[in-house]
Design a protein around this ligand. Structure first.
Ligand code: ATP
Ligand code: MG
Length: 384
């Protein structure tokens, strides 16, 4: 853990903190604060305290505060003279508030008190990354891509990885991995409400690559009963012990998907090469922007990317107004691997599809991952 990080909105707040800390503070401002990638880089070194300036745009500051607390477990102090923000700040997990009209001595007191508290409670937990695969339309290859990402991450990083099937009604992750799970998502999500990763372990299914799996339910009534609160609890608990929590979703922005997106650090958006699918993707990106969903990385994967479909990668990029990161052509080996229950990245062929799937995985590794709090799963290779 090191130092104090400040996300500034105005000069008054950053001048106060710079004086109170005698310059011992890293200040991010302007565009830096608006970039989740830049902020995440600074949070990756686990600052002892994060000061978030809410003097210009309180709702943006509250949104960022919630994200910093949720995603990085970092202690946050909000800077504002508006006492009416107190309740919202508390809901966002903010630890304390500091008035921008405080004297430097008062600010110094607040900072050192909160640094001490954060150090003694030891609650600055560095959480694992949540990688969510989503698409507006069905049948575009989400599950195929998700299972390959999860197996690819487990094999490439040797870190603990768990795959969660959040396609509550039609999840088929277990079949794509040739698994027969004893427990499925509804029981697992209920067990997660206790917030203890140890209590969750018996509910997970182990894949031969070392990957852990929370399989989808085959009981529609039980699937309907799963609440957003249970899903949040499940994903948050898993991030305490897994370096990567990879999430497969149902098509569109169902409640379960939105709940996962709230906790997502890395988003993989998938589309097929057809006009309705590509337009749907543009709408989904616009919706996520409107909801100010903060993701550190986003990849766009174009599946079934064949020239014979009458659309080019450039057409897609022009419509979605974003770059296509990976294009995967149609190939017979894909349905064969799905039917056999052996993801391509498990059998490690040197074909074009595996190389494209590897690229998706490659863009996810090399980013800061979890330092497991208890190391419960981290030595799984030796104990396997
Ligand atoms: N690049 C590809 N080439 C050939 N077949 C593919 C390719 N990608 C996916 N498929 C096949 O398309 C079908 C649908 O894929 P998949 O189940 O992964 O899609 P999905 O988006 O998860 O669907 P759903 O929305 O129903 O969950 C599967 O049979 C899969 O084998
Ligand atoms: Mg699917």
């Amino acid at each position: 853990m090191s130092g104090v990080l400040m996300l500034a909105q105005a000069a008054a707040a950053s001048e106060l903190i710079t004086e109170a800390t005698a310059g011992q503070v890293t200040v991010l401002e302007g565009e830096q604060v608006k970039s989740p990638q830049v902020v995440a880089q600074h949070l990756a070194v686990q600052p002892e305290l994060v000061l978030i300036d809410a003097t210009v745009d309180p709702s943006e500051a509250l949104g960022i505060s919630g994200w910093v607390v949720e995603r990085f477990g970092a202690p946050v102090v909000l800077i504002s003279d508006d006492a009416s923000l107190g309740l919202q700040a508390m809901r966002a997990g903010v630890r304390d508030m500091l008035r921008v009209t405080s004297t430097p001595a008062e600010a110094r007191d607040t900072i050192s008190r909160n640094r001490r508290l954060a150090g003694s409670s030891g609650d600055a937990v560095h959480r694992g990354r949540v990688v969510t695969v989503a698409s507006p339309k069905g049948g575009v290859g989400k599950t195929t891509i998700t299972t390959n990402i999860a197996v690819g991450l487990a094999l490439a990083t040797q870190l603990p990885v768990v795959l969660v099937d959040l396609d509550l009604h039609f999840g088929d992750v277990a079949s794509a991995l040739n698994l027969e799970p004893e427990y499925t998502l509804p029981e697992t999500a209920r067990a997660a409400l206790a917030g203890d990763p140890l209590a969750l372990k018996p509910y997970l299914t182990r894949h031969e690559t070392g990957l852990w799996v929370v399989a989808g339910s085959d009981d529609p009534v039980a699937a309907d009963a799963v609440t957003a609160q249970e899903i949040t609890g499940l994903l948050r608990t898993l991030t305490l012990d897994f370096a990567y929590v990879v999430v497969d979703t149902a098509p569109g922005l169902a409640e379960a998907t939105l709940t996962a997106l709230d906790l997502t650090s890395d988003l993989v958006l998938v589309t097929g090469l057809d006009v309705p699918g590509v337009r749907g993707l543009r709408k989904e990106i616009e919706t996520l922007n409107e909801l100010s969903m903060l993701m550190e990385t986003r990849q766009i994967v174009l599946n079934f990317a064949d020239p014979s479909r009458g659309l080019s990668v450039a057409d897609v990029e022009a419509t979605v107004r974003a770059k296509v990161d990976v294009a995967i052509p149609t190939a017979g080996i894909v349905p064969i691997s799905v039917n056999q229950g052996i993801p391509l990245l498990q059998s490690r062929g040197n074909d074009k599809i595996s190389r494209q799937l590897d690229q998706i995985v490659g863009r996810l590794v090399g980013r800061p991952t979890v330092e497991t709090k208890r190391g419960l799963f981290s030595r799984r290779k030796e104990s396997a």
